[in-house]
Design a protein around this ligand. Structure first.
Ligand code: DX5
Ligand code: ZN
Length: 216
């Protein structure tokens, strides 16, 4: 069954704790936490202290997406904040396998993200080690952008490169009740959705609509 990971970037920061508690009740399968450094991407979001501040309020799996340069500096702070998985960008790291091993050494999952312009082949070497690959379907930096359908063939390419190796595929950017269906057809396991979940009046209706579209 496909999983839905609402992106906390689109939550109401003035009412953050309650919004996250509500999204758990509304049926979120995990929580996607977008960390931006104003350097790897032209925007700032939040750091480990915010993640830590809600750790005791929810049982949701914390999927931390680090859109930062030098992600190795931030592994321990996010582990201490309660991350269950850390995703770093292939474009930001030279020794990806070493960083995956470092993340695994804390007993949590490790994932690698690729920007729309980065080919699937960039993650070939990490497929035996990573728990998940994140295919960006927008240029990272901001919520609410348009889905780039041209990235979808990368899902099948990565599956083919992985052979029998079990690896989760996640897509992030522009997912809504229309685009979720295309992502699901391409074999994606986890849909990240920010504005489509938090932007409407009902979190539950939004999550259900995305799930129904993906499972059709
Ligand atoms: C983009 C972030 C996404 C983003 C998704 O830089 O990594 O997680 O918040 O937001 P929507 O679903 O609104 O495109
Ligand atoms: Zn993200």
């Amino acid at each position: 069954m496909i999983k839905i990971a609402p992106s906390a970037l689109s939550a109401d920061f003035g009412n953050f704790r309650n919004h996250i508690i509500e999204v758990e009740k509304a049926g979120a399968d995990m929580l996607h936490l977008d960390v931006m450094d104003g350097n790897f991407v032209p925007n700032l979001s939040f750091g480990p202290d915010l993640v830590k501040s809600i750790r005791n309020d929810t049982k949701l799996f914390f999927d931390c997406h680090l859109m930062v340069k030098n992600p190795e500096m931030f592994i321990e702070p996010f582990v201490k904040a309660g991350a269950d998985s850390i995703t770093f960008h292939a474009e930001a790291v030279s020794d990806m396998v070493a960083l995956i091993e470092k993340i695994h050494s804390y007993g949590i999952e490790a994932a690698v993200a690729i920007n729309p312009a980065t080919p699937a082949s960039a993650v070939k070497e990490v497929l035996p080690y990573a728990d998940m690959i994140l295919i960006m379907s927008v240029v990272p930096g901001f919520g609410g952008q348009k889905f780039m359908a041209e990235v979808l063939p990368k899902a099948r390419e990565i599956r083919a490169m992985a052979g029998g190796e079990k690896i989760k595929l996640q897509i992030d950017g522009g997912i809504n009740k229309e685009t979720a269906a295309y992502a699901a057809e391409s074999g994606i396991d986890i849909l990240v959705a920010g504005s489509a979940v938090f932007g409407g009046p009902s979190l539950k209706e939004a999550i259900d609509a995305i799930r129904n579209s993906a499972e059709k």
